[in-house]
Design a protein around this ligand. Structure first.
Ligand SMILES: *Cc1c(COP(=O)(O)O)cnc(C)c1O
Length: 397
């Protein structure tokens, strides 16, 4: 029986019969897992040596039952063989890269990717003899042209941040398999409700579970999902580096995941309605939302995604200060640098990027840019709020 996304979100990965007949998976708070006697240790060691997986829990830095349940649920949601949970999205990205790459390898990444991933690839990996080449999305031939005999991995993100560019995953995996290169997609912005990269032949999916997967702005976690063959080395590296999540976060993630499909469906609806409203407003110069026909990647997004997501980016008719003033006039959203939770959150990317206007320009971030991450509030209220803030900001101008 194959289940659909909402059923998987509620039930996948969890035992039907839990301790004490509880409905929910328990938070197993323990640092280590004991053995009854020496014979049990020997049986465990023999099982491990046979390559069996999963084996029983041994020590909290390697695995924990609450965490394993969250991993099984994530694997089911992405349609992957296995998942590994980490203390953050960056924990997942850096550990996976360190496990898969060696000195002398070459990595290609999409330039628009998360700025900390980019920093790790351009500033840290070269120190260990790994070269990284950025490619631009608007140059389709650049990706294949960048492939070298020692290219080991291609990392992309879709949709990207903050311009929500959508990458054609079928095209990337075709080029990668021709050259026998591993493909890794940071799918944080899409969530498995809107996109399943593995269906397009991508090898590994990365998530910052801090965003849509957790969904309540109350946890930090990360995950990588894919075939056991690739994840075995990553799991070993996680044990060495110590980037494991913890049972409390894993429980919050399990709880948040149950409503993933409901939340993202609402956020998709809010995203489209808010984007359409903004596109029709005279004080808004440009709206970036893959669900709008005006978006450069609308056609790929419509083909590849089940929904267009809950983040809308737009440019206002104004400078750094005026844009800040508009944000201050909004009454519903919080001001801050994240997305994916039930609470709407707005940010002015330029304001958090740098105090130096030249640095902002070099990063391609305009002063009048706003990124609005929609929560699950009512679209009518969010739109009315935007409308009053736009009116107030330009009052008497
Ligand atoms: C937030 C984010 C990350 C980093 O995740 P953390 O959980 O904050 O470490 C990585 N990639 C993308 C696309 C993100 O939005």
């Amino acid at each position: 029986m194959t289940s659909r996304i909402s059923t998987l979100a509620v039930h996948a990965g969890e035992e039907k019969r839990k301790p004490y007949g509880a409905v929910t998976t328990p938070i197993v708070r323990t640092s280590t897992f004991t053995f009854a006697d020496s014979a049990e240790i020997m049986a465990f060691m023999r099982l491990k040596a046979s390559g069996a997986w999963p084996v029983r829990d041994e020590y909290g830095r390697y695995s924990n039952p609450t965490q394993s349940a969250a991993e099984r649920k994530l694997a089911a949601l992405e349609g992957g063989q296995a998942a590994l949970l980490f203390s953050s999205g960056m924990g997942a990205i850096t550990c996976t890269l360190l496990a898969l790459l060696s000195s002398g390898d070459h990595v290609i990444f999409v330039k628009d990717c998360y700025h900390r991933s980019r920093e790790f690839m351009t500033k840290c990996l070269p120190r260990w003899g790994i070269e990284c080449t950025p490619v631009l999305l608007d140059e389709p031939a650049a990706l294949e042209a960048a492939v070298r005999p020692n290219t080991r991995l291609i990392l992309t993100e879709t949709p990207t941040n903050p311009y929500l560019r959508v990458v054609d995953l079928g095209r990337i995996s075709k080029i990668a398999s021709k050259h026998r290169v591993i493909t890794m997609v940071d799918s944080t912005m899409a969530s498995p409700v809107n996109l399943k990269p593995l269906e397009y032949g991508i090898d590994l999916v990365i998530h910052s579970a801090t965003k849509y997967l957790g969904g309540h702005n109350d946890l930090l976690a990360g995950a990588v999902i894919g075939p056991r063959s690739l994840l075995q080395g990553v799991e070993h590296m996680r044990g060495l580096l110590g980037g494991m999540s913890n049972p409390n976060e894993a429980y919050l993630l399990l709880r948040g995941l149950k409503t993933l499909a409901l939340r993202v469906q609402r956020q998709n609806e809010n995203g489209l309605m808010v984007a359409q409203f903004l596109e029709g407003h005279p004080r808004v110069l440009r709206v970036y939302y893959p669900g709008l026909a005006s978006h450069p990647d609308h056609e790929v997004a419509a083909r590849q995604m089940a929904g267009f997501g809950g983040v809308v980016t737009f440019e206002l008719q104004g400078d750094l200060d005026m844009t800040g003033q508009f944000i201050d006039e909004l009454r519903i959203p919080y001001i801050g640098p994240t997305f994916g939770g039930v609470e709407s959150i707005v940010e002015q990317p330029a304001a958090l990027l740098s105090l130096d206007p030249r640095e902002r320009e070099a990063a391609g971030i305009k002063d009048n840019l706003v990124r609005y991450a929609l929560g699950v509030e009512d679209a009518e209220d969010l739109i009315a709020d935007l409308d009053q803030a736009l009116a107030k900001t330009w009052q008497g101008v």
